[in-house]
Ligand binder design. Sequence first.
Ligand code: ATP
Ligand code: MG
Length: 247
Amino acid sequence: MPPSAPLIELRGLVKSFGKQAVLRGVDLDVLRGETVVILGASGGGKSVILKHCIGLLQPDAGEVRIDGYVIASPTVTDYAMIRRRMGMLFQGAALFDSMSAGENIKFAVREHDRHLSEAQLDNMMREKLALVNLRPDVATKMPSELSGGMKKRLGLARALALGPQVLLYDEPTTGLDPVTASVINKLILEMQQKLGMTGIVVTHDLDSAFQIANRIAFLYEGRIIFFGSPEEIRTVQDPRVREFVGG
Ligand SMILES: Nc1ncnc2c1ncn2[C@@H]1O[C@H](COP(=O)(O)OP(=O)(O)OP(=O)(O)O)[C@@H](O)[C@H]1O
Ligand SMILES: [Mg+2]
C-alpha cells in the first residue's frame, strides 16, 4: 500500500432493513491519520455506517476495506482483524453496567489475549485511564457512579484497550454540556495528534465537527452528497447541506 492510500474505504455500501433502504451507495475514503466527521439527519444511517466499519453489520452490496483488506462485504468477514484495529465509542457509551470501570476496560483484552496476567491487564487498564484523563481510582467505580462525560471517557478508554489504529466515535459529545463536550473534543484531537489515530466521528454537534474534522462528509438520503474540508462546507451552495450547517 502506498502511504497515500486510504486506510478506510467504503465502496458503494448498500443496506436495507426490510423495506427501508438506509444506505443507497455510500462511498467514503479516510486517509491514515485524519479525522473524518459524518454529519446528517437523525435516523439517516450514520450509526449503520460505523457498524459496517467494525463488521457488526454486513452490507447488502458494496464493501468496506481497511488497509486494502475487505472486511465487510455480502460474503466476507474477518472479525479478529477488525476487533484489533478498530476501537469504537458507541452512541451512549454502551458500558457494561454490572462491571466496574476497570473491568469494562480489561474485559475485551482478556478475551483476546488469554495469556496476559492480571497484573499486566491492570497496567494496561491504568494506562488507558490516564490516556483519557481519568484518575486511577475511577477503576473501582461502577458506571452508574460516573458522570456523562466520565462515561464517554471510559467508553473511549475501553475502545483503546486493544491498541487500535482507528477509532470510531458515535455521537461522542451528544447530551454533554458545552464545557464537557469541549473536553471530549480535545481528547479526540489528542488521540489523533499524540497517538496518530485515524478517526471517524458521527455527530450532530456542528461546533464539535468544525473543531475536530480534517474533512466532513454529509450523509443525505443514503448517500454522501458532500465530502470536503470544514472551510468548504461553510461555503457550499447545495441547499440540502446549507440547511443543515446554517448560514
Ligand atoms: N439492526 C437494525 N435493524 C433494523 N433497523 C435498523 C437497524 N439498525 C438501524 N436501523 C434503522 O436504520 C435507520 C438508520 O439508523 P441509524 O441508527 O444509523 O441512524 P443515525 O443516523 O445514527 O441516527 P441518530 O442520529 O438518531 O443516531 C433507522 O431508521 C433505524 O431504525
Ligand atoms: Mg446514530
